[in-house]
Design a protein. Sequence first.
Lengths: 602, 247
Amino acid sequence: MSNEIAIQPGISGHEVHEHHEAHHHHETFITKYIFSQDHKMIAKQFLITGMIWAIIGGLMSVLFRLQLGYPDLQMPWLEDIFGHWAKDGKITPEFYYALVTMHGTILVFFVLTAGLSGTFANFLIPFQVGARDMASPFINMLSYWFFFAASVILMSSLFVQTGPAAGGWTVYPPLSALGDASQGSKVGMDLWLVSLALFVVSSLLGGLNYVSTILNMRTKGMTMTRLPLTIWGLLFTAMLGILSFPVLLSGFILLLFDRHLGTSFYLSDIVLNGTKILPNEGGSPILYQHLFWFLGHPEVYIIILPTMGIVSEVMSVNVRKPIFGYTAMIASLFAIALLSFLVWAHHMFVTGMNPFLGSVFVLLTLLIAVPSAIKVFNWLTTLWRGNIRFTPAMLFCIGFVSMFISGGLTGIWLGNSTLDLHLHDTYFNIAHFHLVMGVAAFMGMFAGVYHWFPKMYGRYMNNTLGYIHFWVTLICAYVIFWPMHYEGFAGMPRRYFDYMGWESFKQFAELNKVISFAAILSFLVQLSFVFNFFYSIFKGRKVTTTNPWGATTLEWTTPIRPGHGNWPGEIPEVHRWPYDYGKDGREFIMQTEPVGKDESSH
Amino acid sequence: MSTQVPAGYKWWTGGKSPYNVSYGKLMMWIFLLSDTFTFGALLISYGTLRVSQPYWPDPNHVYNTFPFMGEANLPLAFVSLMTFILIMSSVTMVLAVHEGHRRNRAGVEKWLLWTILGGFMFLGCQAWEWTHLITGHHPVLIDGVVQEIGTTISRNPFGPVVPGLMHDGHPVTVPGPVGFGGFFFGITGFHGFHVFSGVMLNILMYFWTRNGRFDRQGHYEMIEKVGLYWHFVDLVWVFVFLCFYLI
């Protein structure tokens, strides 16, 4: 099926164009901004919804960092806002657990999965493969609205009387299965499960579109090895989502049954609150952990692979050099995607699993270091002797590589089952995954937003605010998470409400204040990014050329403000790979330029 | 779609589908791959919990009844009939797709109706079997008292037999593993939900065929896509059948 009929099946590309021009002014507010089927608008919907979630999730971390940094401080304004959740100006333990749970859920799923993949897959795939829209724009629209419904339900769970889910973002049973076990396992938990089930549907609908668009809708000449690395990253991400989210859905279905129908999938031999003996028997809470982490581990790559692609692309544009090791980059993405399905039990070393089985998972986990290292060396070699343009997007790319190295190395520690026995569920673990998939993914996302903002809105973001945003974020990220490694070595467990009751953790009282201060500062500087984003949509410097960064990929061949259908005329044909920078004395050669007779090969 | 292609034709160069299928069929295939993982996770969960139990009921003993046959011992006869009905509905689906290729609207309508009928018959059989399991009471020794209980998601009468103890002419058992009912109703219910969705899709296809939608489009590809889904649901049943009735 050809690309021309992507939008209006049955009519030719020329007619699409005329149709588009003729009816442009008939688009109503609702079809253009609300129930839009244009991949660019859906991308913006995902991005802005993700930003709203990020602010909420970030604010939650500020609240619990206040508790951790200043456990004795009374802040009456907290009670003014949160009522009985912050009695006497102090966060209650129930509120604290709800906050860390929702912070994790929101950031992992709603920001770094939907907000990230939803934005960049929707925005970049049709542009960079040379398609007028997604394979099915309608299913694409549904994908956003399922995400929106999931968002509404999760948001509503914040306002129920017993509060939102509060058993940690992994919602392990039996705690999460028994409403009588804790406040956070009551109706908030049901809303959490329903919300996440809708989220899985959204992710599936999106993923189906991403994969079939990349495979089927590439323009003439766009072979798979001429795809920008962004597209490769998004392709593997979508495949991971398609294959791992359904397993999570199965786990949730069984959990819902255990909660409401009296089944015993995860429950066995339980005495509740020391008095009530439950009739359930034969179930296994470990089963849930297997089902959860079969998604949970690919999930961290669902978060990081798109940013790996974005960083590779933005970095190459801004060092004016081809990406080093294009094929190796694809191969390592593939290796990471494949291995990510075979390592889930390294989250479960302390569950009492067979040590022999554990050693298999150790081996497979450590194998991931190989493709990851290949990628890091390729980025470093791309930077090497590059003609670097330090745009905010480029700084965030470098920041990404820095975070990925710092956080990735500690992954090798945690992947060893013997070391993990000590480090499991400590602040070492918090530091590891926040650096490698939290901050690193955010850095990659920011790189993408700063870089493609001109394509999204026809204006630039403010560079000065961008530089401030980058440096404060980078420094704060290290100030927050570096000391956590030491706390973790000392055995300081995660998710505790107050550490001052332990002699061994009193030494960290001042350190926790520093971490909390940096966390609050980094939250505030993110608000400056939000301001920059919305201000620039309306007041930013206007883009005056179609290809402001001097990039080679197809999105920069469209008009500055492309309409629905992206290219006013024919879709351009592709003749070369996307990384012809500094070749034969020319700064860059667009993918659409035919290969010359005397051109050297790359 | 199935036109002759020259040898050495390059499928992956862009501007066309590398698999020579429309994006819609590709999406259906990928969705089925995804759904395979959903069922796979459920069936593997069932397997792991089952092998962790010291005792598991014998399916030949649990599923040995047939409608209107009273107490006759007919192991797996009814489920074999159900399976036969579902497989036959796949055959009629193939014929509907085939008539779609020939763009014979009447033929598509006829075979879709047979498929819909097969789907409803399967669902009816499942409803009967569920009802029979839930309401069919068996004597079980619980807390020293013989009680008559049916199979539900939280109770299972098919435990080991208590030697020498009879009740109304039936051997008395102790309660069996509760996971049995949970997984049976959970997984066959989830499969039944898929069949139900498939029947609804087929009904939609029937009306779309009748009002000439596919003739106007010039092809019956939508029937093929729903057919893929229908065959998949059928294939999943084979595995459900294997895991619950044969092993």
